[in-house]
Write a protein of this length. Sequence first.
Lengths: 113, 611, 267
Amino acid sequence: MNNSMTMNSGHSPESAHSVRGYIFVFIALLAGTFLTVWASFIQFGSREINIAVALTIASVKAFLVAAYFMHLISERKMIFCVMGFTALFFAGLMGLTIWSTSPDSMVHIQHVP
Amino acid sequence: MEKMVHTFPPYRGHEARHGQPEHHDPGFWRTWIFSPDHKVIGIQYGLTSLCFMLFGFFLMLLMRWQISKPGVPIPVFGPLLEKVLGQAAANGALSPDLYNSFGAMHGTIMVFLAVVPLAFVAFSNFVLPLQIGAPDMAFPRLNMASYQAFVIGGVIMLTSFFIPGGAAQAGWTSYSPLATMIPTDGQIFWLAGMVFIITSGLLSAVNFIATVIQLRAPGMTWMRLPFFVWAQFVTSFLILLAFPPLEAAAVMQLMDKVAHTSFFLPTGLAVGGQLANVSGGGSPLLWQHLFWFLGHPEVYVLILPAMGIVCEIIANNTRKPIWGYKSLVYSALAIGFLSFLVWAHHMYLTGMGTKVAVFFQTTTMIISIPSVIILTCFFISLWGSSIRFNTPMLFALAFLPMFGIGGLTGLPLGFNISDVHLHDTYYIIAHFHYVVAPGTIFALFAGIYYWFPKMTGRMMNEFWGRVHFWGSLIFMNVIFMPMFAQGMAGMLRRMADGGANYSAAVNSRAGADVIGGLSNNIMALHTWILWGACVLGLVQIPFIINLFWSIKHGKKVDSDNPWDATTLEWQTATPPPHTNFPVTPRVYRGPYEYSVPGHDRDFTPQNEPPK
Amino acid sequence: MDFPYIVEPRRDTGLYNAKLGIWLFLASEVMLFGALFSAYVLLRVGAEPGMWPHGWLNVYIGTANTIVLITSSITTVMAWVSCKLRQYRRFKFFHALTIVLAMTFVCIKSYEYHDKFTHYEITLANGKFADGHLVERSKDFDLAKKTGRVTIHGHEVDHEVELMDMQRPEARHIQREELTIPATDIKKMERYGPWHHTYLAIYFTLTALHAFHVICGALVIGFLWGPGSRMWHTDPERFTNRIEVSGLFWHFVDLIWIFLFPVLYLL
């Protein structure tokens, strides 16, 4: 059964090639970890830039894990749809919550000294 | 797949009609209590949630007595309450604390332990795999675990009545800091119970989605799914993605209660005039956002399954294809999507700025469109048909105007300007009860009457069904219609004495009938509502007796398909055996092929091959 | 039971049941952790200026734990590849490593917890703050009765704000020494538990929930490694699917940590 691509959800690991790919991802993840630690000790000028750098590296690492270790890159449309909507609603939850509680969009905010 | 023969014992062995292989009787416990069979779990869920519904209704009766006659001992049950709950029910009357806790638990029980498990889990469990031609749920043991988690959650909730200080008192919304700062342990039980109930809901949702996607019978394409399946499918996604934030919020509030963190407690919080001993820095609004992120999709979790049930019954009893099947499907999907983007319309009064309010007001108005489309499709389906007025159809028909009232009265609440006046009054109680009580619960009654013959092989009594229907319809309205008037007059929703003190204070200062004061006429409506509620309780008795009596003594069905229906659940044995179908059905047509010209019968089952 | 699509994928969706199930479950997990991350952002944005802590956790320990978890991810993938290639012994080896790494992660995490629970902020009677790890308490130490004394290894500052940012350059030159403080000088003494600050509240909640996932994942993988591996001999294809599904969960737990690490340790 596992010799046919269609029967195996699209990813078969039977070649040394894919193992090499996993090891490459692993090395990239280690490198990302050290990079993000190193970057956190550097003052880029403002904390916002540091946050952006760290979150970018984290996103790349997360992409590597999701795409290659979890095979999302070769996954079926169905799972793509589910995770896509999940990501969208997560963005909505976080974005709208932050937007509606930010001081600019609130009324009657009194700053207590 | 094709040559699948059920090799497992049917769940009621002696009534299986199809080839009966030798089997061991699994015994009472494995058949009825720890069964992975979706039909048994559906019935378990159904009975459990009906019990919870009755219990929640009973709490409401006690509260209505207290509202109508504050401080007067409750007849019959008062002394009993005092015996069980002690000081909180001294002299057989509810103390304000006990009233608060009954209010919180009425909401919690009705929403999370009665209507959601009945409308969503029980009906989908029993009907959904049958309707798509599946042998069972995709994950039968997960299904069983879901029910067990649900029971544990329910038991925790019920236990909380008997702990010192009683059950949670901060309303079903459990707003912090109030919920955190009430010194009793009821809230901890509430949160622990919620974590179990949410987990059970998540397990069910995963199961239903996987079942619909993976286990549709051959030929059952997406656009051949009965609308009930679509509705439950969308509902599952709402549960799957909206419940976890509440679970996270419950964990955080639990941390606030148990580990004394300050997730929802702001800096400088004072309790009883004293600065609270907390680190502060938290955000009370965070709880509200996370709660309503669940809370609003939850509204559609309550209503979509009801729409699905009503659609099946209307199509069946108008003997016509449902009008606008595709519009129904796309509307349900649109509702599902939009319901994640409207939640803050529950929070207009939290100091939210105009831009934010306008955003949520706009999405709220947009989401009313697909709801109206669905309702319109149902109304147009009735046009020009010769309707069979049996009990399920009566309930389904009554659903339409009742849900209509509930939905349309929601519009003034969706506009932030009018919401300022109506927020937290009896108006909103009337609004959402019209949606859920005469709306969803009527659809649930319809569903019970409709699918009862499939569960038991017997019909429920038609005459008592009608008594139940007319009594429920009239007295539901007697209860909830006056609340609109009360709310618009300014009666607030959480007052333990029904506004007597508030009204007296305002009126004595400025004379009767000023804004804010409650006139005697408005106060007198409490009595109406009380007696309406009592009679509503009485007319449920025929239903309860009918339900249990008919299991053994109802009229036997003359075929597996007593309603002459087209969908797959009626094309198998009654009651369906374990693994449902002797041979996996093949589907050739859409779900509602009624009165197709040129056919000798007025219905064409989905699995009937084309000639 | 002759149940469809337990092993072989359904033609039109290309999935077997459990794989769809685990992805749906992960979708709900995204929302669970998503809500907690939203809470983190809201608490951080809403904190009073200068009162959000930085550098309260040991970056090196966190880095080590990140590497442990990433390594366990690659061993999980390798275990699945071994199953696919029908190399049972290699599978056993790699998943044994996964379990060991999972336990290492939990051990390191509990060391960090212990570190926080022995860390005290002491409000002194003179309005200053002493901050450090507990060295010892005298036998008669009692805060309520104002008897005895307590020794911590740490430093003293004038304002609480100075305890917040441990990443600023000056913070590196703080001289830590053993301070012995009599109970009479102590106004308030509080550990760095979740009640101490909302940062610690969200730190403990997120990492405890994450550690709970690690433990659950390790239990599942442990079951599949031990008693559950009997299925290998009867239905290797289905067993491989189980390894894949449990692996998906494990990678997700790893993925959550990839965000937790910078958010809680570095920023």
